[in-house]
Ligand binder design. Sequence first.
Ligand code: NAD
Length: 497
Amino acid sequence: MPDQIPLYIDGEFKQSNTNDWIEVTNPATNAVIAKAPVTLDSEMAEAIASAKLMFQCWKEVPTPERARLMLKYQHLLKEHHDELATLLSSETGKNLADAKGDVWRGIEVVEQAANISSLMMGETVENVASDIDSYSLIQPLGVCCGITPFNFPAMIPLWMFPMAIAAGNTFILKPSEQVPLTAMRLAELFEQAGAPKGVLQIVHGGKEQVDYLLSHPDIRTISFVGSVPVAQYIYQTGTHHFKRVQAFAGAKNHMVVMPDANKAQVINNLVGSSVGAAGQRCMAISVAVLVGDAKAIIPELKVAMAKVKPGSPDNAEAAYGPLISPQAKQRVLRLIEEGKQQGATCELDGSQCEVDGFPGGNWLAPTLFSGVTTEMSIYQQEIFGPVLVCLEVETLDDAIALVNNNPYGNGTSIFTACGAAARKYQHQIQVGQVGINVPIPVPLPFFSFTGWRGSFYGDLHAYGKQAVRFYTETKTVTARWFDEDIPDGPNMTIHLR
Ligand code: NAD
């Protein structure tokens, strides 16, 4: 009998009273490994009420003390790094090295949350008028919430709740129903680090539970990461209910390859960034834009991709794991077929893929298309599988125009030996995260994760200084202290003297 995953409400890990359970599977076998509850409305209400009550205490806890909780937490996460990665790989199918990377990129955000005291510093101007000073205070908002996707079960929840809680808020997490186990372990370790009861709550479920959060009057902010249609829905519905919303969405990330780029570097980086994690990364490179003679790399790229094999998470030789579900695999297979029908050249077809000992897994081998045009569905849609599509253009200007015409703007990279070309690309490209000879330019947490255009709805991004602004309100004080009686009568003008 698979484990029934508890809720985490008011500091207690407790079983839901629901009759409705969602199966959590191991994507390498599709065996059911646990069941997540579809949280009842009464339980949702309980979580929000507890978070609201706890906020009244938590916001008064001195900022350095909140920072110390994060120091302890990052230490515990590091101690449990391998254990967390093993759990994470059981529900995502990621290989252990990649699972460790997922946890590590989250730990880095917790390290940054431990720096909260200096991040919460306001501004001061003395003498804005005679004997009058102005200064700003940064204050937490209240109950914040996060809705997270399947593909980074540690990193993405850790983008959210540590920064929000360090800033003095309380937080409700609704992890992906496909990967709820890692989130529960993150919560256990947070409690072990000394997090007071009720500061973090976890509820499970899908659309209905998200809708409950989106419309509840006591929720102040919504942080969402997931697919485009859901991001748009969350942004529209959350803002309709007057909440502050940041919604990170899907992507189509282009790597522009200039003819002068180092060929071996280009091939290695294209292979790793397109098929790593089975292509299930929002920053995966899914489009290669080959400028001029760079198109000559295709035969060698094909050979390199053909050598890459998926396999089970415990196989150290495996380059990546399965897709998250049979439905996800079917969707990618459909897109591969559409690519062939719409006239692209399928250089390498990974649709028939088997892994010894794991007949039930959602396997796909690397797939490479050349001769792709912008009208094809394999170019227009986010595939989210180990599939790389190649387009050819004549000049760097053509490449820039192509990328800027794509609706998404999450990440991009240029591979070149020419500083001027790289400088032009970084300046003109309408994409929020740019790599120069770096394929997946995910910023470290002292910066922010800055997707643009169709890849992001909102204004303030995840982690870094932008997250502190997202999770706080600024109060501006204008102060005068009298040391003698005021000589004048009432002042009827609006300016200060
Ligand atoms: P998803 O949109 O299906 O689900 C994300 C979350 O939304 C889950 O918690 C899910 O329960 C909830 N949800 C699903 N349908 C909903 C609905 N109709 N109404 C309300 N809530 C709903 O995404 P996914 O498949 O879990 O994740 C993959 C997607 O996430 C990809 O598109 C990927 O590019 C994107 N992603 C983006 C980033 C980024 O930073 N831009 C990072 C990681 C993943």
